[in-house]
Design a protein around this ligand. Structure first.
Ligand code: FAD
Ligand code: NAP
Length: 496
C-alpha cells in the first residue's frame, strides 16, 4: 500500500526558473506551513544572472562532478561560524554578452506572465523575469539568499521505518563579516531545483593535461566566455557543435583571425553541407602535442593556436546529496540519468523528494507543470496518486533501454516526436482537477499559438544559405528570425 504523504514544511534548493515555478505552486496551495527557497547566489535568476567578470575556471579533462565538485567538509557541532569556503563551487553562470534565448518567448515563459518581449529575447529579459516572478507571486519572502544547501540527509523515525524527514545543512556567506555561517534545519519534503549547467565538462584527450600545464592560458571552457574582444586577431579553435559551440563560433567570426576553426563530433540540426562563411570545420581532436600542435582524427593538424574554447557542455552535480546516509547516489554518470526517478520528477524510493528541471525540453513552461503536479501531490489536493512502484520501475527500465538502443539521452524529451506533449500531459493528469473555488494552481493548456511558435519560429535557420532559398522552401526571415512554413498561421503578436 502506498505510504500517505504528510508534508507541511518544504525546502526548495535553488531560485532559478525552476525554483520560481515551485515557489509559486507551493504558495498557491495555501496549505504548507513553511516554505523556504535556498539560493546560493545573492539574487534569484539562476542561469540567467550575468557575471561580467567570470572566474578563471580550472579544467579537469575527463573528470566528473564527484571529483570536480566534491561535497564540502561540514564543521562539527553546528551552528558554527567559519572562515569563508575557498573550494571552487562553480557558482557563476555561463551567460555571454550576445546571448539571446533560443526558444520562442510564448513557449519559454510561464503561462501566467509573458516575457517583456520576444520571440528571442536578450539574456537579461529572462533574468529580470525570474526575479520578478517571485514578487508577482509574493514568494520572495520564501527566499534565503547567499545560502548554499551543503548536505541533505534523510531522517527516519525509529518507530516507523517508512517515515521520511530531511535534515539540511546550510551555509550562508556573510560578506560583510567575511565569514560563513553554518546551521541545520529540518523539513518534511525537499524539492531540488538546482539546475545542471554549473559544472563544466571537458573531455579527456591524449596530451591535453600536459598541454594545459605547458600553455596554461590557451584552453578554456565556454562557461568563461563573455565577448569576442579578447580574441581579436587570434587563431581560435572551438570544440563542440551544440548551442554554445555554434553561438561562440558565430560571435568570433570577423573578430578572431579568419577562419574560426570548429571541431565537431556530430552534425547539428542547423548544419548544412558546409560551414558558415568565416568558419572552418575540423574533426574531433586526436592528440595535443608538446610542440603546441593539435592533431585531428583525420590526421590534419593546426599549429600556433592561440585559444581553444571547449563548448562541451556541463554535468549535473548533487554534491549536497549525502549518498552514504541516504543509501544511494542520485545521479548515474555512466547512464547519464537520475537514479530511480519516475516521470523525470518523482523518486521511487523517496516519497517526499522531487526534482524540477532535469529534462532537456521546453524549459520554464515544463517546470510549471512539474511544480504544480508536485505541489498538488504533496498537499493532497485532487492529485492522482503515483502509479504503484512496479509500474514506476517499469517506466524507468523501459525508457532507459529504449533511449540507449536509439542512442538518445534518458532525460531528452524531443518536441518533434510528440514526446513533450505526452510528458506534460502526464504531469497534467497527476496534478488532477482544479477546484470550484480555484484553490492551488492548475496546469495550463498548451495553446495552439504556443505549439505553432515552437514548430515554426527558429532563432537560426536550420539549413544555412541564402534567405531567398529558404523563402522558396517555405521559410522566410521576419524581424531577423527564421519563420518556417509561414503560410500555416498568421504571425499574430508573436514577432516584434
Ligand atoms: C548558456 C545557456 C543558455 C541557455 N539558453 C536557454 C534558452 O535560450 N532557452 C531556454 O529555455 N533555456 C536555456 N538554457 C537552459 C537554462 O538552464 C534554463 O532556461 C533554466 O534557466 C534552468 O533553470 P533551473 O532553475 O532549472 O536552473 P538554474 O537556472 O541553473 O537555477 C538553479 C539555481 O540553483 C542554485 N543552486 C544550485 N545548487 C545549490 C545549492 N546547493 N544550494 C543553493 N542553491 C543552489 C543555483 O545557484 C541557481 O541559481 C540555457 C542554458 C545555458 C547554460
Ligand atoms: N540560448 C542560446 O542560444 C544558448 C546558447 C548556448 C547554450 N544554450 C543552452 O545551454 C545548454 C548547454 O549547451 P552547450 O552547447 O554548452 O552544451 P551541450 O548542448 O551539452 O553540447 C555539448 C557539445 O560538446 C560536444 N562534445 C561533448 N563531448 C565531446 C567529446 N568527447 N568530443 C567532442 N565533442 C564533444 C557534443 O557533441 P555531441 O553532440 O556529439 O554529443 C556537443 O556538441 C543547452 O541547454 C543549450 O540549449 C543555449
Amino acid at each position: 500500500m502506498a505510504t500517505k504523504i504528510h508534508v507541511k514544511s518544504v525546502a526548495v534548493v535553488g531560485a532559478g526558473a525552476a525554483g520560481a515555478a515551485v515557489a509559486a505552486a507551493l504558495s498557491a496551495e495555501n496549505y504548507f506551513e513553511r516554505i523556504q527557497v535556498f539560493e546560493r547566489r545573492g539574487t534569484a535568476g539562476g542561469t540567467w544572472i550575468y557575471d561580467a567578470e567570470p572566474d578563471p575556471l580550472p579544467l579537469y579533462p575527463g573528470k566528473l562532478p564527484p571529483d570536480t565538485d566534491p561535497a564540502l567538509e561540514i564543521p562539527e557541532a553546528l551552528p558554527r561560524i567559519t572562515p569563508p569556503v575557498e573550494q571552487e563551487r562553480w557558482t557563476k553562470t555561463p551567460i555571454y554578452n550576445s546571448l539571446t534565448t533560443n526558444v520562442p518567448a510564448i513557449a519559454m515563459s510561464f503561462s501566467d506572465s509573458p516575457f517583456a518581449y520576444g520571440p528571442f529575447a536578450p539574456h537579461y529579459i529572462p533574468r529580470q523575469y525570474v526575479e520578478n516572478y517571485f514578487s508577482i507571486h509574493k514568494t520572495d519572502s520564501f527566499l534565503q539568499l547567499n545560502t548554499t544547501v551543503e548536505d541533505i540527509k534523510k531522517l527516519t523515525s525509529p518507530n516507523d521505518q517508512s517515515s521520511e524527514r530531511w535534515k539540511l545543512t546550510l551555509r550562508k556567506n556573510d560578506a560583510l563579516r567575511r565569514v560563513d555561517v553554518w546551521w541545520e534545519e529540518e523539513f518534511d519534503a525537499v524539492i531540488l531545483a538546482n539546475g545542471h549547467y554549473a559544472v563544466p565538462y571537458v573531455p579527456q584527450v591524449k596530451g591535453l593535461e600536459e598541454y594545459i600545464a605547458k600553455y596554461p592560458d590557451r584552453i578554456s571552457h565556454s562557461k568563461e566566455y563573455r565577448a569576442p574582444t579578447i580574441y581579436a586577431g587570434k587563431k581560435v579553435l572551438i570544440i563542440g557543435n551544440s548551442a554554445s559551440g555554434h553561438d561562440l563560433s558565430i560571435d568570433l567570426v570577423g573578430v578572431a583571425s579568419a577562419p574560426v576553426y570548429q571541431s565537431r563530433r556530430s552534425k547539428a540540426r542547423w548544419d548544412g553541407d558546409g560551414p558558415l562563411s568565416g568558419i572552418e570545420w575540423k574533426k574531433v581532436i586526436k592528440e595535443y602535442l608538446p610542440s603546441g600542435r593539435i592533431v585531428f582524427e583525420d590526421d590534419s593538424h593546426l599549429d600556433h593556436v592561440d585559444a581553444v574554447l571547449y563548448c562541451t557542455g556541463y554535468k549535473p552535480s548533487f554534491s549536497f546529496w549525502n549518498a552514504k546516509a541516504n543509501g544511494r547516489p542520485l545521479w548515474d554518470y555512466e547512464g547519464n540519468k537520475l537514479i530511480k526517478t519516475y516521470w523525470h520528477t518523482f523518486f521511487q524510493d523517496f516519497k517526499t523528494l522531487a526534482i524540477v528541471g532535469m529534462p532537456r525540453t521546453l524549459t520554464f513552461r515544463s517546470f510549471e507543470y512539474q511544480a504544480i503536479a508536485i505541489a498538488r501531490l504533496f498537499s493532497g489536493r485532487n492529485a492522482l496518486p503515483l502509479p504503484p512502484l512496479r509500474e514506476q520501475e517499469k517506466w524507468e527500465t523501459e525508457r532507459a533501454q529504449r533511449t540507449k538502443s536509439e542512442g538518445k539521452k534518458f532525460h531528452d524529451i524531443p518536441w518533434d516526436e510528440g514526446q513533450t506533449i505526452d510528458w506534460l500531459d502526464g504531469l497534467f493528469r497527476i496534478a488532477g482537477l482544479g477546484t470550484i473555488r480555484g484553490e492551488g494552481l492548475v496546469p495550463p493548456a498548451l495553446s495552439k499559438e504556443l505549439i505553432w511558435a515552437v514548430e515554426h519560429l527558429r532563432k537560426y535557420t536550420e539549413d544555412p544559405g541564402e534567405h531567398e532559398e529558404h523563402a522558396g522552401r517555405g521559410e522566410s526571415v521576419e524581424g531577423g528570425w527564421v519563420v518556417v512554413q509561414r503560410e500555416k498561421l498568421p504571425l499574430g503578436g508573436l514577432l516584434p
